[in-house]
Design a protein around this ligand. Structure first.
Ligand code: C2E
Ligand code: MG
Ligand code: MG
Length: 761
């Protein structure tokens, strides 16, 4: 289908429109010609009129064809203004020839036509056109003078020629000036357009009624709207609800300040959330400043908005990093403290109670020491995930201590949980129970299946305290108590715990001086062989009688010694003394027995452990096979190369190895199969309920069978009654140790026992 205008060519369409306006003028001009002829006002012959109108139309159709085919674009000035003006000039001159008395009027019309040229032609083109018009006019006058002398008005026409000659160059200069101005303006506009197009910031202006009066094209890429669409919007459409009030208030403030004559820089920068076309929002930093006219009167406000999504995200990230533990992504102490204080406020207001649960992983240190910190980190991450999953949305879990800040006493294995809206303490019990179970579920750590347990201390607001510090301290104390109660359990805070925890503190301070004050000594408990009924071994058990605290049991002070590391020198002392004692018994001519010494993980991991053992043997002169070292099952949970190396070295020295407290640490046959051990010591907890406890009975039987398969010596610990002894004897256990036969006693008493007993049998 034919159309007047080309598609998608804005400039060409504009040119054709302009041409069509001129064309309409031609048609009018022709109509006037025809009308004058009909009224007998024109002297032109009919042939001239017809030829003129036809040529006129032909030229215009030709011009249109040039525009429509786009040929005009090849010209210097694609609007073809000069050409069109030249044609018009020629045409007017033709009319002028026949115009007679109305020649002056025609000249006037021509002036009007020339004015159009003002806005489109350059000075040089204008001068050329002027010269051309002037020559045409002079020629017309000359022709009239030659062929139609009676219609000439010599004076008036000469004046017309002079006027034309003077006016046209003047037109040219003004036209040129205006044109220059126009080009400069359009150049400046294009530059501005190009700038605003390329600037990602959105620039906009609102008037004093807060209506948009300008929006830069960049709004399209920021918000998805065309600038024209935004111009129709109100501020409420533009700003997200979160920011609308802030924006409007700032704008009003600026306007108010302006009205009250404030002369200081009326500028504000805000972070505002802006609505996007797709319904989402984006964060911007928007700078508002006042716009004044020439008279310094405020006419509006200029806004420049910059997308700060990235920055905002980075800020949030930094904020998150500062408030969260970066290993587990849980709230850190600072953040947790903030949340806790809020919980306190809200509980106080609503007269509610809440609970604080301090969770400490029982074997965390062990994992850190044996499998390394990477494994420890892995475990913490896993636990954090489990806690997060098993809590209600209102509960908060945090990690109060980060790895770095506790060196000696505890690893960063503590978690806190804030259980809010507690109406009934049974709910807290449920949570605690759930946590204990969650922690216990086995996990794979570097290919090793392992289990950890946890100890939980609980304090309750407002019962146990009404401020952060007290609540934290009491939950912490309760947690220690839970640990001392044998781990894998939870404890609510109570007065009783308070005193125990002071005790613990006292133990720690006094323990440091115990060795040099010679407050430590050893007791010896016999091991009896079922087959021969003779004492074949003896276990050295550490005792501490503090001058200040009195008798402290190993279950009280050994954990403290382990945590503080004091166990290393103490353990060395035990080893040395036990060996020396056994050697002394040998020298007294007593039957040979092996002496068992308990080792802590800390000792086993100590670089000097092999030297310590060798020294103890060398100094005492004890035969290596008369020394047995007891390690607990929990220590071999992970068979690291380092651990295996140490055990193998000990074994190579001819020293015996026993696995103590067996059955408490979930070891499987597979786990102990390759260990260089000689003895399995079945934990007391399994013996306690014998022979009634059916489950324990089954376990004991299984352990004995297992020991047999691995050719190990199976020893039952804590045998207290004849029934227990009978049961074990029947099950063909190898040996027993317990109060039934002998309590741990002083060396002299043991010597006595050994002499009497072993000579009896
Ligand atoms: P363990 O190595 O399992 O020692 C056996 C514990 O059971 C001893 O407790 C012993 O007194 C107790 N026991 C023995 N027979 C019976 C019985 O028939 N009934 C009851 N109820 N208990 C019995 P003790 O001496 O209080 O030592 C506790 C733990 O402290 C030891 O458990 C051991 O793990 C640790 N320990 C003791 N001395 C040392 C030491 O020199 N170094 C290290 N690292 N740990 C030690
Ligand atoms: Mg032991
Ligand atoms: Mg034991």
């Amino acid at each position: 289908m034919f159309s007047l205008f080309p598609e998608n060519d804005y400039n060409q369409t504009l040119r054709i429109k302009r041409f069509l306006i001129a064309f309409v003028a031609y048609i009018m001009w022709n109509a006037i010609g025809i009308a004058s002829y009909a009224l007998g006002l024109s002297k032109a012959p009919l042939s001239v009129l017809i030829a003129a109108v036809t040529a006129n139309l032909f030229v215009n159709v030709l011009l249109f064809a040039v525009f429509r085919t786009g040929l005009n674009k090849k010209a210097n000035d694609p609007s073809l203004t000069l050409l069109q003006m030249a044609i018009a000039t020629f045409w007017i001159m033709v009319v002028m020839y026949y115009a007679d008395e109305s020649r002056g009027a025609c000249l006037l019309v021509y002036m009007v036509v020339l004015v159009f040229g003002f806005f489109r032609l350059r000075v040089r083109q204008f001068l050329l056109l002027s010269l051309y018009a002037w020559v045409n006019f002079a020629a017309v006058i000359f022709l009239i003078y030659k062929f139609n002398p009676e219609s000439i008005n010599m004076k008036a026409d000469i004046l017309n020629i002079i006027v034309l000659a003077m006016i046209l160059p003047w037109f040219a200069v003004i036209g040129g000036y205006i044109n220059n101005l126009r080009t400069n303006i359009s150049k400046a506009l294009t530059t501005i357009e190009r700038l605003t197009d390329n600037i990602k910031d959105v620039i906009f202006v609102v008037d004093m009624q807060m209506q948009y009066t300008y929006v830069s094209p960049s709004v399209k890429s920021l918000r998805g709207y065309e600038p024209e669409d935004v111009m129709k919007q109100t501020l409420a459409d533009s700003f997200a609800p979160s920011s609308l009030n802030k924006a409007v208030k700032t704008l009003t403030d600026i306007m108010e300040m302006e009205k009250s004559g404030g002369t200081d820089a009326l500028e504000r920068t805000l972070q505002l959330e802006i609505n996007l076309k797709d319904g989402s929002t984006v964060w911007t930093e928007t700078k508002f400043s006042i716009v004044r006219d020439k008279k310094m009167k405020a006419v509006g406000i200029l806004g420049v908005s910059r997308d700060i999504t990235e920055r905002k995200r980075a800020e949030e990230q930094i904020e998150f990093l500062a408030t969260h533990d970066n290993l587990t992504q849980l709230p850190n102490r600072m953040m947790f403290s903030h949340l806790l204080n809020q919980a306190i406020k809200s509980a106080r207001r609503n007269k509610r109670q809440f609970a604080l649960l301090f969770i400490d992983l029982d074997r965390f240190k062990l994992i850190n020491d044996t499998l390394g910190h990477d494994a420890g980190d892995e475990l913490l991450k896993e636990m954090a995930g489990r806690f997060r999953q098993s809590l209600r949305a209102v509960d908060v879990v945090g990690r109060p201590k980060e790895k770095g800040d506790i060196v000696g006493r505890l690893g960063g294995d503590e978690f806190i949980i804030l259980v809010e809206e507690v109406t009934d303490l049974s709910h807290v019990v449920t949570v605690a129970q759930k946590i204990l179970n969650t922690v216990m579920a086995p996990m794979l750590l570097f290919g090793e299946e392992c289990r950890v347990t946890s100890s939980i201390g609980i304090s309750v607001y407002p019962r146990d305290g009404e401020d952060e510090q007290t609540l934290m301290k009491k939950a912490d104390m309760a947690m220690y108590f839970a640990k001392e109660e044998g781990k894998n359990n939870f404890q609510f805070y109570s007065q009783n715990i308070q005193s125990q925890s002071y005790e613990r503190f006292a133990i720690e301070t006094n323990l440091r001086r115990a060795l040099e004050r010679e407050e430590m000594y050893l007791e010896y408990q016999a091991k009896v062989d079922f087959k021969t009924n003779t004492i074949t071994g003896v276990e050295a058990l550490l005792r501490w009688k503090s001058s200040l605290l009195g008798h402290i049991t190993p279950t009280q002070f050994i954990p403290v010694a382990e945590e503080t590391g004091i166990i290393v020198p103490i353990g060395r002392w035990v080893l040395k003394n036990a060996c020396a004692q056994n050697a002394a018994w040998q020298r007294q001519g007593l039957p040979p027995v092996h002496v068992a010494v308990n080792l802590s993980l800390r000792q086993l991991m100590d670089d000097k452990i092999i030297d310590d053992i060798r020294n103890a043997l060398d100094e005492s002169g004890l035969a290596p096979h008369l020394l047995e070292l007891e390690i607990t099952e929990s220590m071999i949970m992970f068979k690291t190369t380092r651990l295996l190396e140490v055990l193998t070295k000990i074994k190579a020295m001819g020293v015996r190895l026993a696995l103590d407290d067996f059955g408490t640490g979930y070891s499987s046959l597979a786990q102990i199969k390759n260990l260089p051990i000689d003895t399995l010591k079945v934990d007391r907890s399994f013996i306690r309920n014998l022979p009634e406890g059916t489950e324990d009975k089954a376990i004991i039987e299984a352990i004995i069978a297992m020991g047999r398969t691995l050719s190990l010596n199976v020893v039952a610990e804590g045998v207290e009654t004849p029934e227990q002894e009978k049961f074990l004897r029947e099950k063909i256990c190898d040996a027993m140790q317990g109060f039934y036969f002998s309590k741990p006693v002083a060396p002299e008493q043991f010597a006595e026992l050994l002499r009497k007993h072993n000579t009896l049998f």
